[in-house]
Design a protein. Structure first.
Length: 280
């Protein structure tokens, strides 16, 4: 990802980061990425890790992607500790995120710097998070009652002191399912883009109108995360098939419908990020 995000900056596109939970979701995403010639990041989040899937999903991605021509990054999403990052690297991850956003500013800097220093020595890019992306990340606690915006001056200091290679910022989005109309504060994106010299990342994008995301990309976002709506799409297809075929006992059949829904959604999101056909 050290190369893929600067490439996105240069081309003025954003790289989609798709969170995976099952082999079927992974397969649908990778097949679509290859078909559309779109550079992509495959991310494993904390819910999957809590289910004990870190190593198995890493092996699944490596197996399915080994003959692909399109570049794919295997990324640890919202890493919680140095130990978890090390475990991911040992499992073959090529990019990691360390999320100290729930810590104090100084403690976040200390944690992020320790991972970024190790990543630099190993040639592995390290994403960090500063500010509060609202909502509920996987099985974690909800973030409420705090400013949803990252301070540009703090972002500048944070990047300079930690050496992180990309930064997830709070611009008004939320993890999980929105309970009110989502809104990206574009002025914050622009201000942080002017303040720091690393690629910017947008989390909590499921449910955000495409036009807002596209504008954020024009304003400097280089990586956009998708998780919740992928699960919703797969479940929608799976359950619709079972509703029409209640006697079916072959899980592969409803799974195909879930994968079809994933394929359609992934195509829409890649097109909106202007990344289709941009793999080199």
């Amino acid at each position: 990802m050290r190369e893929i995000l600067p490439y996105a900056e240069e081309k003025k596109i954003a790289i989609p980061a798709f969170n995976i939970d099952t082999m079927e979701i992974t397969q649908a995403i990778l097949e679509t990425v290859e078909e559309e010639n779109c550079p992509a990041i495959i991310a494993v989040g904390q819910a999957a890790i809590k289910d004990g899937k870190l190593e198995s999903l890493a092996a699944t991605v490596r197996t399915l992607a080994k003959d692909m021509k399109t570049p794919v990054v295997l990324h640890l999403d919202h890493g919680q500790s140095v130990e978890q990052v090390v475990k991911a690297l040992c499992a073959g991850f090529t990019s990691v995120m360390i999320d100290g956003s729930k810590l104090s500013f100084e403690d976040n800097i200390a944690l992020t710097k320790s991972v970024a220093d190790a990543g630099r020595a190993m040639g592995v890019p390290v994403e960090a998070e500063l500010g509060k992306v609202g909502g509920k990340e996987d099985d974690g606690p909800a973030v409420e009652g705090e400013s949803p915006y990252t301070d540009p001056a703090e972002a500048k200091e944070f990047v300079e002191r930690t050496g992180c290679t990309s930064l997830a910022i709070g611009v008004g989005t939320s993890h999980g399912v929105y309970t009110s109309d989502p809104h990206i504060e574009q002025s914050v994106v622009k201000a942080i883009r002017d303040a720091v010299d690393v690629p910017l990342v947008l989390h909590g994008t499921s449910g955000v109108p495409d036009e807002q995301v596209a504008e954020a990309v024009k304003n400097g976002i280089c990586k956009v995360n998708y998780a919740t709506e992928l699960r919703q799409a797969y479940t929608k297809g799976f359950m619709a098939y079972m509703a029409e075929n209640p006697a079916c006992f072959d899980p592969k059949k409803p799974a195909k419908e879930g994968m079809r829904e994933i394929t359609e959604l992934v195509k829409i999101r890649m097109t909106n990020l202007n990344s289709v056909g941009k793999a080199e």
